[in-house]
Write a protein that binds this ligand. Structure first.
Ligand code: HEM
Ligand code: HEM
Length: 158
């Protein structure tokens, strides 16, 4: 039986990951510059922003894995009654895509930073655009539910 609601921990984790991802995007310049230096000179001066990006990414990995464990153990609430099957499938696909992209961002970032793999850095840059696009769709859908449909989907995550 799926649960009637997201657990308090699932909701807290959703918003904690949201904040961490926002910080990764806002403070990306330090690591992007460090990476350029590495490509040009083979080494880069580390700094707080570089450390923060790497630590932030690892924290995101830990919280996302935690979320996936809770998802497997506790489950997630079913779509609202009356949701067309195609819409429910699209939402499930988008959620799966968000999880996959979050993990892929950490994997490519780590392969670039710890493995010195240039193509991983390129993948990291491309994937960040896919992540932004999917987040935009996700937030758009949440706001549409809240302001147009007024159906309580946003309240499920509060
Ligand atoms: C979900 C987690 C992450 C997000 C959202 C994220 C986001 C970003 C963004 C927006 C940039 C700037 C790209 C640019 O302007 O060129 C960037 C660059 C970079 N990140 Fe991350 N990052 C994440 C995790 C990580 C992790 C865990 C590491 C390393 C352990 C890492 C290593 C790097 C490196 C080396 C760069 C510079 C190379 C490049 O631009 O691709 N990232 N990241
Ligand atoms: C970094 C940005 C975000 C990411 C990566 C993200 C990711 C996710 C994921 C993966 C789920 C599915 C949870 C599960 O079923 O296991 C989810 C659910 C949800 N998210 Fe987000 N989210 C983000 C930002 C937001 C924002 C800004 C809002 C609100 C404006 C929002 C509203 C919701 C709601 C309402 C649900 C529950 C949907 C449902 O009950 O079917 N999310 N989010």
């Amino acid at each position: 039986m799926p649960p009637a609601a997201y657990s308090r921990t699932q909701i807290r984790l959703h918003w904690a990951v949201f904040v961490l991802i926002a910080l990764q995007f806002i403070f990306h310049e330090g690591i992007a510059e460090a990476w350029e230096q590495i490509e040009e000179t083979g080494a880069a001066a580390g700094g707080l922003l570089v450390l923060g990006h790497v630590a932030g990414g690892i924290a995101i990995l830990a919280l996302v894995v935690w979320r996936l464990v809770l998802r497997a153990r506790h489950g997630v609430p079913p779509p609202l009654p009356g949701t067309p099957a195609a819409t429910a499938r699209l939402a499930a696909l988008a959620h799966g895509g968000l999880y996959a992209l979050m993990l892929a961002m950490v994997a490519t970032g780590a392969l670039a930073w710890f493995g010195g793999i240039g193509v991983a850095a390129e993948a990291h840059e491309v994937l960040r655009i896919a992540l932004i696009a999917l987040i935009a769709l996700h937030v758009g859908a949440a706001l549409w539910h809240h302001f147009v449909r007024r159906d309580g989907v946003l309240a499920r995550m509060r």
